[in-house]
Design a protein around this ligand. Sequence first.
Ligand code: ASP
Length: 423
Amino acid sequence: MTVSRRDFVKTSVLGAVAAGVGTRAQAEDAKPSAGPQEHVSQENQSQTGSHKRPIIICANNGYAYLDDAFAFLKSGGDTLDAALKVVKGPEDDPNDDTVGLGGIPNEEGVVELDACCMHGPTRCAGSVGGVRNIKNVSLVSKAVMEHTGHVMLVGEGAERFAVAVGFPRENLLTEHSRKVWLLWKEFHSNEDWWGPGLADPHWQAPDSGNGKPQAEVWQERIQNLRTRAADLGIEPELQMDAVRKVLFPPTGTIHCSALNDKGEISGCTTTSGLSFKLPGRVGDSPIIGAGCYTDQDVGSAGATGSGEENIKVAGAHTIVENMRHGMSPQEAGMDALKRIVRNYNGDMNKLRFLDMTYYVLRKDGAYAGVSLWEGYSKERPHKIAVHDGSRRAEVTVSLFKGYSQDFPPAPNVPEEVKKEFMK
Ligand code: ASP
């Protein structure tokens, strides 16, 4: 293993905000293996005023599941059940590594999931955090809502509750996610005993890149990581993807809000949280008022992105309250984003490491998708998926021009290498 933690830190010189170096989550692009072709509309119809009911909005990794959920909602299905139908899709899909089965694990290699839901008509809520071994945590959050007098269960207690009400315990760490985690461990191994040691013929001193052009150093590092990926048994066609996930750890989540023709509205959010997070870390997704909030009188909102930041502005609740006081969905979402900016006094040197997307649905069917930055890169803008009779993905409206960077800071891979590598 030749990429050391020291090298990694040394080469993490930061690029300019607008330089388009964003590499954050793959989640919004995640598709089920046999998913339908996505219809992407550049026009955000939230601005041209689509006020249709019924309607479902969600993060773009729910796109493939919208048709079924919309048919269910249209035929009289409950709004929360419709939203759960959407998010269950990625939870069940082992290839979506941002939620449920196959989610990228925590730093100890254990998948820990968070979810919550709110049912507008009954004004009830349920939530679970840090759950291991149970795939459909969104449904567990609904079970907490229906079968207990509590709103939130966490950790082992949540898992035991899930088993008690009939959810199967299963291993959520797919072989692929386990190998990506192992590769990540080895990449960060200069200060521990993971990865091949001094006796390995390919071992190189941490400073061995010195003097060489950065592009060459990085090409070598990527190649070495790829060789390690092969040694770990990652299939050839997945090796580069694994290397990308190690260098630029994905994040991801899915939120969904559903509104029927009677004006009933519900929402839910589910996630595996930040890749390689500390065990026990819970983000915004299961926090009622942060990752999701629904008020039958007003509307529903949910979030994907930097969970820690969203908790501090109680994003989803702030948005719903903003709409209650007369703001449009887009204004309401933008205001919440500005509160995140305010928390850093507008310091772009910090804000470039954050990102946030809000999905906002008002009771009359008006909606918006807003984000702090434009996306991961020019080719991969943030999107909101919508179904109001026609299914589409729409590019979100962003507060800032440009693309966010990962935090912890991703290595500064030279542009020419990255272009090739990120294709
Ligand atoms: N918000 C999620 C969390 O912080 C991550 C994400 O949406 O990418 O756990």
